[in-house]
Design a protein around this ligand. Structure first.
Ligand code: NAD
Length: 266
């Protein structure tokens, strides 16, 4: 794969976990990487240092993806700096778990604001910019790419996590509807839905031996994923090598969506 297919990439929530892994992977391909973060400046600085070590460039930028003005300012800054944006990785996401009756409106709203409205706002700013590009910009190839990082919980119901599962289920239709609208304009829109990837978001599960054993029962491939597992798919899905793919979700989940309970014939 060539190194400079994607000159500029914005990765939201890139101070840790999957976003950090994806930012570093793009850095290794020589990209300019806008490392968005929310409150972990140190994490973002580490991501950027790894991007640079890998041969890329970039800057860190604080913004809450759920706040319209902050998202607009982030895109403005990226465009001032690099003139063009090629790829948006819509990754920032949170969990605020609660049984349904106990769930506060704030816990509902915060998760929807970050996971769903945040992905909408960033996608809208990216699309505005992509549409201004010359269609012949890259003959026969996409003029822009958006990857929505969703979750297996866009199709697997999750008790005690109704806010999270609702946000991810909605991302699936946001992604597909946008893909349909944008395909004639040569803008590709896809999703990656990770299964269990060892990051901060689920550290209390994979760091606990008992809970880890229970989790592995849900993963036919019998290992917990790593951010790099997702990052490798993201760089490919944003490259011309996958140019004929749009409106698709790739499940990076070790088989978690295969109904693991049926492994011994039910
Ligand atoms: P993580 O907690 O390490 O990363 C989430 C990132 O989002 C953090 O860097 C956080 O600072 C950032 N963030 C939170 N609120 C933000 C906001 N308002 N604005 C900007 N950034 C914000 O967890 P992760 O596992 O790397 O999660 C990344 C994405 O992957 C999320 O969308 C998550 O739902 C999804 N995902 C993770 C898993 C998993 O098993 N780890 C599985 C499925 C989906």
């Amino acid at each position: 794969m060539g190194s400079n297919h994607y000159q500029t990439v914005i990765v939201t929530g890139a101070s840790s976990g999957i976003g950090q892994g994806i930012a570093i992977a793009f850095g290794k391909q020589g990209a300019n990487v806008v490392v968005n973060y929310y409150d972990d400046q140190e994490g973002a600085a580490f991501t950027l240092s790894e991007v640079v070590k890998g041969g890329g460039k970039g800057f860190i930028h604080q913004a809450d993806v759920g706040k319209e003005q902050e998202v607009i300012e982030m895109f403005d800054k990226a465009l001032r700096e690099y003139k063009s944006i090629d790829v948006l990785i819509n990754n920032a996401g949170i969990q605020k778990d609660s049984s349904f009756a106990e769930m506060t409106f704030d816990e509902w709203n915060k998760v929807i604001a970050t996971n769903l409205s945040g992905q909408f706002l960033c996608a809208r700013e990216a699309i505005k910019h992509f549409q201004e590009k010359e269609p012949g910009h890259a003959e026969g190839k996409a003029i822009g790419n958006i990857i929505f990082i969703s979750s297996v919980h866009d199709i697997i119901p999750w008790a005690g996590h109704v806010n999270y599962a609702s946000s991810k289920g909605a991302i699936l239709m946001l992604m597909k509807s946008l893909a349909l609208e944008m395909a004639p304009k040569k803008i590709r829109i896809n999703g990656i839905s990770p299964g269990a990837i060892a990051t901060d978001i689920n550290a209390e599960v994979w760091q606990d031996e008992e809970k880890k054993k229970e989790l592995l029962k849900l993963i036919p491939y019998q290992r917990i994923g790593l951010p790099e597992d997702v990052a490798k798919v993201a760089t490919w899905l944003a490259s011309p090598d996958s140019d004929y793919i749009t409106g698709t979700t790739i499940y990076v989940d070790g088989g978690m969506t295969l109904y693991p309970g049926f492994v011994d014939n039910g």
